[in-house]
Write a protein that binds this ligand. Structure first.
Ligand SMILES: *Cc1c(COP(=O)(O)O)cnc(C)c1O
Length: 467
């Protein structure tokens, strides 16, 4: 483009006000805030100006600019946090939001947030109440603990318990339990942030009671056990049980804490899954304090639950850090509603999505996959869709190594690569997140929710048939 043409084009470019005026009558812009429309017009005009300067051909008709503005404005106002379809089979997928809340929890969030509540008012006395009392008795009933408190998340619970019980003292931990969870939570780091000094004992694969015993000095403040929730050491191994360690703690007058990570209230071994540590077992082993997550195996909202002996929990409640980590009312409402379901285990399994998905039988996954396969073949008869016996993973740092037998859907696209199919599904609306194995795209039915089959098949139809 010769320079004179460039200048001519730049001069012909409409002004911001002119485009803005044009959007006023257009009802597609009615719902969009004026500020957003203005920003969008400016950015579109700027990019056209740049195109002209860079010698590209540019569309400078009003209509084209208005259409581009509309697209840019819609992009600006759309939510960034959006639902996605989890077709990975990973039940507790931290990147996809971990536990899905049960209906009771959702309803209670609405009830509690639409109205004022007795969050910190004791209705019996009319005096100031304690926010944790909504869940404390229930947690104690379900775990056998004397006292309990819930905070923002389990990382916070660990930080708070360490800081309360062992600030400026040595905390004895086995070398086999210095875990990292998801990169941002590492036992040595949380230890130093809580003001404690880590005293490692034993070796990676073997730690004995005498290792703990020999590590005790006048400056020892706590024995800590950490559930190695996301990996397993196999072979020539030895570790000290919580009951044994609690015994030593009593003898030496040193408190004992366990970070259970996921921690569960029901015995999964009854449902054909490996046994994950029960919170009630840790309590009856004599630990002074036990921490676990609300949104892992419990299947509730993000929260950290601290249970234990009365005096220990009282000290934790009095720590000023507790205020900084306090649980909000929505979470508290969701947690109470979820915990209530655990009074009847059958009901908990039926109503709490995490438990339902984890205990879903292989036969049930076959039924789900067959139905989805049929639905996909109905809209894309030519698709290379097959069923295959594969495995789902629990995720969320629970059940290390466990693979759940699942019948999955596999797709081998004909006119594009599997990587391309994965990307297109991920960028669809709603996004569908699956996995690739070899040259197949895998859709795992275990984590697909009711009503999502049709969305999956129509999205596949759009992508594979390029509609
Ligand atoms: C997951 C986990 C944590 C962190 O819990 P969040 O609820 O994610 O904060 C801490 N310790 C262990 C052992 C865990 O598995």
């Amino acid at each position: 483009m010769p320079p004179t043409d460039k200048h001519q084009q730049l001069r012909n470019l409409p002004g911001v006000d002119h485009i803005l005026e044009n959007t006023k009558e257009d009802e597609r812009f009615f719902e969009i805030p004026r500020k957003v429309i203005l920003e969008s017009i400016r950015s579109i005009l700027e990019s056209i100006r740049q195109d002209i300067l860079d010698n590209h051909t540019a569309e400078i008709q009003d209509n084209s600019i208005i259409e581009q503005t509309l697209e840019a404005a819609r992009e600006r106002i759309k939510n960034r946090l959006v639902p996605v379809i989890n077709a990975t089979g990973v039940v507790l997928h931290t990147n996809l939001g971990r536990a899905l809340l049960c209906q009771d929890a959702l309803e209670n969030i609405q009830t509690i947030s639409q109205s004022y509540s007795n969050l910190e008012l004791n209705l019996a006395t009319g005096k100031r109440g304690i926010r944790y009392s909504a869940v404390e008795a229930l947690i104690c009933e379900l775990t056998g603990a004397q006292s309990a408190i819930a905070v923002n998340n389990n990382a916070g619970a660990v930080l708070l318990a360490l800081n309360t019980l062992a600030k400026d003292t040595e905390v004895v931990v086995s070398r086999g339990e210095l875990v990292e969870i998801g990169g941002s939570f590492r036992i040595p780091d949380i230890m130093s942030k809580s003001g404690c000094h880590l005293k490692e004992v034993g070796t990676t694969n073997r730690t004995h009671l005498r290792d703990y015993e020999q590590a005790v000095t006048e400056n020892t403040g706590l024995f800590l056990k950490v559930h190695t929730s996301n990996y397993k050491i196999e072979g020539f191994t030895a570790s000290v049980g919580l009951a044994e360690l609690s015994c030593l703690g009593r003898k030496k007058n040193i408190p004992v804490m366990e970070d259970l990570g996921s921690g569960t209230l029901i015995d999964f071994s009854k449902y054909g899954l490996p046994a994950e540590p029960l919170v009630s077992d840790s309590i009856s082993s004599g630990a002074d304090v036990v921490t676990f997550s609300g949104d892992k195996l419990l299947g509730g909202p993000q929260s950290g639950i601290i249970v234990g002996k009365r005096e220990t929990i009282e000290k934790i409640k009095a720590n000023p850090l507790t205020r900084a980590l306090r649980i909000d009312k929505l979470t508290l409402g969701a947690l109470e509603a979820t915990l209530k379901l655990y009074r009847d285990e059958k009901q908990a399994i039926r109503k709490i999505p995490t438990l339902r998905m984890l205990t879903m039988s292989y036969d049930q996954t076959c039924k789900k996959s067959e139905a989805l396969e049929k639905q996909i073949k109905k809209v894309i008869p030519t698709a290379r869709v097959e069923l295959a016996d594969l495995e789902s993973r629990p995720g969320g740092g629970s059940f290390p190594e466990l693979k759940l037998p699942t019948r999955c859907i596999t797709i081998r696209p004909e006119n594009m690569s599997v990587a391309r199919l994965e990307k297109s599904l991920r960028q669809a609306s709603p996004a569908i997140i699956g996995r690739i194995e070899g040259n197949r795209y895998i859709i795992d039915p275990r984590t697909i929710q009711t009503g999502q089959d049709e969305i999956i098949s129509t999205t596949l139809e759009k992508i594979l048939l390029k509609k």
